[in-house]
Structures are given as C-alpha cells and as structure tokens.
Design a protein around this ligand. Structure first.
Ligand SMILES: Cc1ncc(COP(=O)(O)O)c(C=O)c1O
Length: 371
C-alpha cells in the first residue's frame, strides 16, 4: 500500500450532515460556520480578530493592502519559500526584496537581513518554514525600531510555538494557508489574524468587494476596492470541525518527526535533519531533510511506494516570472540556492504510523547501502 504524503483526513458523518444543512439552508458564505471558524482561529492564535479568505496568498495580499503597502515600497521575503508569498507583494504593487535563509532550518536568516534592507523597506514577511518557527524576537525588535510592518506566515506552522507562544501572535498580522496544510477545509482557504481593529476591518471589507454590511446601503456601497475572496460555508464547516482535532493531529506529526530524527541520526546515512532549536516547538507540516543526492533519493522512495516530496526546489529568485521582471540571477543568494538544491520532505502527516516511519527509514538506508 503506497504511503501517501498529504493527510488522509476523514470527515465524520455528523459533519457531513452539517455540510448538507449548509446547502439546504442557503447561507453559502460568511455565515455561522465562518463565524465559528474565525472565533476558533482567533482564540488559538491569541488575537482579537481572525479574517478568513479563499487562500493563504489572498490573506497576504489583503494584509499588504490594509497596511497601505504599494508602489515604491520594498517588502522583505525569504527566497527559499512558496513563490505565492512574493507574488502577493507584486500584486500589491510593491517590490519583493528576497533574502537568505538559514542553512539548516530554511527560515529567514536574521544575521543576513542587512543585505535586503533599504530606506524603502516597509514590511518583513517572516515565513515559519516547514513548521519550525523562525527566530522571531530579533525580527520583532527590528520591525519596531525601524517602524515597519511585520507579517508572520504560519502556513506551515499552524499552532507551532516560539518560546511557548503560538507563532502568528507576534507580528502585526499573522496569516495561514488552508490547502494541503494542517487545516484543509475541504479545498482551499486562508486566514489572517490581528489585534489591529483597522487592519481587520479593511481585510473584512476587501474580501467582499469593499461593501460588506447588513443594510442594503452598506451592501451596495463600495467603500474601498476589494476582491471576491471569502471562504464558503461548506469549507468553513469542515474547517471548524478540523480545529477540534488539531491537537491530536499535531501530536501525531510530532511523534513521527521525533522518530524520524532518532532513526535517521542512528542510521548513519548522509542526510541532515534539523533538531528543534531551544526556542522552537514545531508543528511539522513537513519533515524536511537535506542531502546531496536529493533527486535520486526522492525518485527511489517514490518508486518504492513512499510519496516523498520536494516543495521549493527553486528559490523565488530563480522563477522565470521573477527573473523576467526583476532581473534576478543565480548566484544572488547562494545559501538558499544550495538549500533548495538539497531539500526534500518525508511523509509525516497524522495518518503516517510508526511502522510507516520505520519503513521509510529502512528504505533510505537501503538506498545509501546500494549506492
Ligand atoms: C509558505 C506558504 N505561504 C503561502 C502559501 C499560499 O497559500 P495558497 O496556495 O492558499 O495561496 C503557501 C501554500 O502552499 C505556502 O506554502
């Protein structure tokens, strides 16, 4: 039986019944399940507001707009991450300024942030890559000293903790994606969290063409330019249910990750795995490892029924569209380039059992033994 990478979550019958009720009741968006999901998210991220949207990149775009970021502004983004992060900056009309990652965690490297800094810098997007929190404190202090915005991207790090506190609760805004992530909401979604009433209000308005409200005058008066970017009630219903099982799911991810770390370190194979830093409590959306033979190892595992993945094989500055628009070139950010050339991820989601982990490690040992 092939070992699937993404979470094989099941939707219990009582939740399916609620989904049918959503369809029957004709409240298809921004109804009670969206309220319930947002309340649950705000509590978990320890923020006053949670604003759901149709995608993580949508939430990023709304946050940037709400902050007033646009043409002439620079936004610092790690290059070794999902290109949609920098794409949101481009859509806001600002310039993504790409920065180096740490060679082991893949997170934005504070020691190298100076190279990306300029008088035009208006915001930093800190991505907690693969689930392991970035070292948040120095970034918060820098943002405060320089008077720039800080957005935490928790798409991989739902409920991960930095010094005991949930990631996403430190920046002006935290965002998360909800497709093939810890939450999947039966499709695709996003959310932003903030204590700032003004930012929350603007994001709420902009996800619905800038005209949300309960009276006809409010509903048909575009008060700011926005988009159609909300989550539908079926997704919110499934998402609210998934929140209830999240602690269990993260515990299973952490159990699998601890076992991989232990077995791989003991195996003496030429792969590097990152142990959690002392400030970090990872929620392991992925279990990354780095190795010189990434492509061959991944192909071997896949051929042996183990769905290993490599997500960001190209740092953002080597994507065609970014090179064409900004003239980025290979060699510009060598640590991230090397990281992206060598990183891959093993299945770690809650459906993966301890026997599965053992099987994956046995296969990795066999690969290197036969090499
Ligand atoms: C780090 C990161 N940020 C943002 C996103 C954007 O999410 P979406 O695809 O929902 O726009 C993703 C999606 O994979 C991601 O991995």
């Amino acid at each position: 039986m092939p070992l699937q990478y993404y979470h094989r979550y099941t939707v219990p019958d009582h939740v399916k019944q609620k989904v049918l009720d959503v369809i029957d009741r004709n409240i298809h968006y921004l109804g009670p399940y969206t309220d319930a999901l947002e309340a649950g998210l705000a509590t978990r991220f320890q923020k006053k507001h949670a604003v759901t949207t149709n995608a993580g990149s949508g939430s990023l775009l709304l946050a940037l707009h709400a902050m007033g970021i646009g043409p002439g502004d620079g936004v610092i983004v790690p290059t070794a991450t999902y290109a949609g992060v920098a794409e949101a900056v481009v859509h806001a009309g600002a310039t993504p300024v790409l920065a180096e990652c740490e060679p082991d965690t893949g997170n934005l490297d504070f020691e190298r942030i100076d190279a990306a800094w300029s008088p035009r810098t208006r915001a930093i997007i800190l991505v907690h890559q693969y689930g392991h929190p970035a070292d948040i404190d120095p970034f918060v202090a820098l943002a405060r000293d320089k008077g720039v915005w800080m957005i935490e991207n928790c798409s991989h790090a739902f409920m991960a903790k930095y010094k005991g506190r949930p990631v996403g609760s430190f920046g002006h805004v935290g965002i998360t994606a909800m497709s093939h992530k810890h939450l999947t909401v039966a499709g695709t979604g996003g959310a932003a969290f903030t204590d700032d009433d003004d930012l929350a209000h603007k994001m709420r308005m902009m996800r619905h063409h800038g005209n949300w409200g309960s009276t006809p005058d409010e509903m048909y008066n575009t008060r700011m330019f926005g988009y159609k970017m909300y989550l539908n009630e079926v997704q919110a219903c499934v998402g609210a249910h998934q929140l209830d099982t999240m602690d269990e799911w993260i515990a299973a991810r952490r159990r699998n990750a601890a076992l991989y770390t232990q077995l791989l370190q003991r195996a003496g194979v030429p792969v590097e795995v990152t142990e959690e830093r002392e400030y970090a409590w990872s929620s392991y959306l992925h279990f990354p490892l780095t190795t010189d033979r990434r492509n061959e190892l991944r192909a071997y595992l896949n051929a042996n029924g183990i769905e290993a993945k490599a997500h960001y094989v190209r740092p953002i500055h080597l994507h065609d569209a970014f090179q064409a628009k900004f003239g980025f070139e290979r060699g510009m950010l060598p640590i991230s380039e090397r990281f992206c050339d060598r990183v891959m991820s093993l299945p770690v989601a809650p459906h993966v059992t301890e026997e599965d982990v053992q099987r994956v490690v046995d296969r990795i040992k066999a690969f290197f033994a036969n090499a």
